[in-house]
Design a protein around this ligand. Structure first.
Ligand code: ADP
Length: 496
């Protein structure tokens, strides 16, 4: 019953038919003709005043013509008008009008005919124009739909409250399930994403955050389990759709399956790890034999050979540093970098390093420290961080320029600053230099050997000590690198 009503409404209601460009010519013809017969019947069998019938006819026909021009466009209206005009002609013919009566009947018919045709043309044209516009909009919508469906990434679209209104096929493939349309992502996610091995709450999911914070959330990675229990890596971006007044009207999220890239990355990391392990052992023995040889040659006072050997020794040390850095990067990537923490005085360590490096460089290095800085940290790793920062200051500043190392105590933290007057780092590069394998490329400035691993390792080591590392720099004027570490107080030291 309800179904029939819907079908009838869709067939007869001109509003429901807006955008539908199938126009009927039979229906206007049949209904108008039917109305003519009904009126004839009424005029002869029921009514007793012909003037009333004539007025009623005008009202009925104008209504029918408006209806059909609105339902079936110009043609629908014109067909109804034509039938009506014929009917008027039929009346004139059958009623046997003569003289002035005939003239007035013909005049009225011509006047009404023009009115009916005019109404049909105006309303019919409006209807057809609306139909064309609506069809164009529908076409655009379906084109957009097709594009969304065919995208090689998953797309989830929600309304302003976070209710899922649309997903594409890729989403179903990535999650290996039919994603429920209409569900709210605020209360419960339709899957169980994990970050660093821990399940996340719906409020931590980028789409929810994008709606709550009214800003895009970019490139977050999660792991999910598919139905077969395999782990998948997904990368998620989300963005709210805001009006000019920053009111949310929708939100969308793009989800990519990055499992293959992750696997390739893992294989590459494994390879680097294995290769650097394999390189480390022969290199260490080489270095030992070299040191031995240097001693032997020194005994025989063979200056030329000693010079050659010194160079080989230097290059071997470089190679060792490179292999060690590679090993550290791969340990960091696989989460295998362990810390052997001990209590020590930070200034003592830094002072020793400064003294050693002073001998190897023409740069003047000043060391200023005012307070004691007891820390609980991995001595070797902190040595590594500071050496990297200090050798960078030497590497990236001209020989005559001094370097100043300052340490201070602030808010329960030990802060170390290494300030040079070298080439400096552009604002846009300052964050990036702490990323893996990042080196500033500048055609005007001489580049130095290195792989851009040092600061990345330093940042990760400091992070694992609950500290911070950062840089303040002006291009062309010099840089100041800072790192801080939590201080330990006397009580903590004694209970340790
Ligand atoms: P590497 O020095 O091996 O290239 P790092 O990770 O130690 O790698 O440094 C990354 C980049 O940061 C360097 O390539 C250099 O461009 C820039 N950088 C680091 N320290 C300084 C500094 N004191 N002055 C200018 N640029 C620096």
């Amino acid at each position: 019953m309800k179904q029939t009503l819907v079908i009838l409404k869709e067939y007869f209601d001109p509003l429901a038919r807006l955008g539908n460009r199938t126009y009927s010519i039979y229906l206007p013809f049949a209904i108008t003709l039917g109305a003519c017969f009904a009126l004839e019947f009424y005029a002869f069998r029921i009514a007793n005043n012909p003037a009333i019938v004539a007025r009623l006819a005008i009202i009925i026909f104008i209504a029918i013509i408006i209806y059909f021009s609105f339902r079936d466009g110009i043609m629908g209206g014109l067909i109804s008008s034509a039938v009506t005009i014929f009917y008027y002609g039929y009346i004139i013919y059958t009623r046997g009008y003569t003289g002035s009566q005939l003239v007035s009947a013909i005049q009225t018919t011509i006047f009404l005919g023009i009115l009916y045709v005019g109404v049909s043309l105006i309303i019919g044209w409006l209807k057809q124009t609306i139909d064309i516009l609506l069809e164009r909009e529908k076409d655009e919508k379906s084109r957009l739909q097709a594009v969304i469906q065919q995208l090689p990434v998953g797309v989830i679209i929600t309304d302003h409250e976070g209710k899922i209104v649309q997903v594409n096929k890729q989403v179903d493939t990535i999650f290996d399930m039919r994603v429920p349309i209409g569900d709210s992502i605020h209360d419960k996610l339709f899957f169980e994403p994990e970050k660093n091995g821990k399940k996340i709450k719906p409020s931590q999911f980028p789409l929810v955050q994008a709606i709550e914070q009214k800003k895009p959330i970019v490139t977050q990675e999660f792991t999910i389990q598919d139905k077969k229990g395999n782990q998948k890596y997904i990368q998620v971006n989300a963005t709210p759709v805001l009006t000019n007044k920053r009111r949310i009207i929708a939100a969308s999220s793009i989800i990519s399956d990055v499992t293959e890239q992750k696997e390739a990355e893992r294989r590459k990391d494994d390879f680097v790890n294995m290769a650097s392990h394999e390189l480390k052992t022969p290199l260490t023995s080489m270095k030992l034999y070299l040191d031995l040889m240097v001693k032997q040659v020194k005994k025989h006072k063979d200056k030329d050979t000693a010079k050659i050997l010194k160079n080989i020794q230097l290059q071997t040390e470089r190679l060792q540093k490179l292999v060690n850095d590679l090993l550290d990067v791969s340990r960091l990537q696989t989460g295998k970098l362990s810390l052997n923490k001990e209590h020590f005085e930070l200034n003592d360590l830094l002072k020793d390093i400064v003294d050693v490096l002073k001998v190897t460089t023409v740069h003047r290095i000043h060391f200023v420290s005012k307070s004691k800085l007891p820390v609980l940290a991995d001595k070797f790793r902190i040595y590594q961080v500071f050496t990297n920062i200090l050798t960078n200051a030497i590497k990236y500043s001209p020989a005559g320029k001094p370097i100043k190392v300052t340490t201070l105590k602030k808010n329960g933290k030990a802060t170390v600053r290494v300030k040079d007057q070298g080439m400096g780092i552009a604002q846009s590069e300052q964050k990036k230099i702490f990323e893996r394998l990042y080196q500033v490329t500048d055609a005007k400035v001489q580049t130095f050997p290195g792989f851009g691993m040092g600061l990345y390792i330093a940042r990760e080591i400091i992070k694992r000590h609950k500290g911070k590392i950062w840089v303040e720099s002006t291009k062309g004027k010099g840089s100041a690198f800072y790192f801080d570490l939590p201080l330990v107080n006397e009580r903590q030291r004694q209970t340790a």
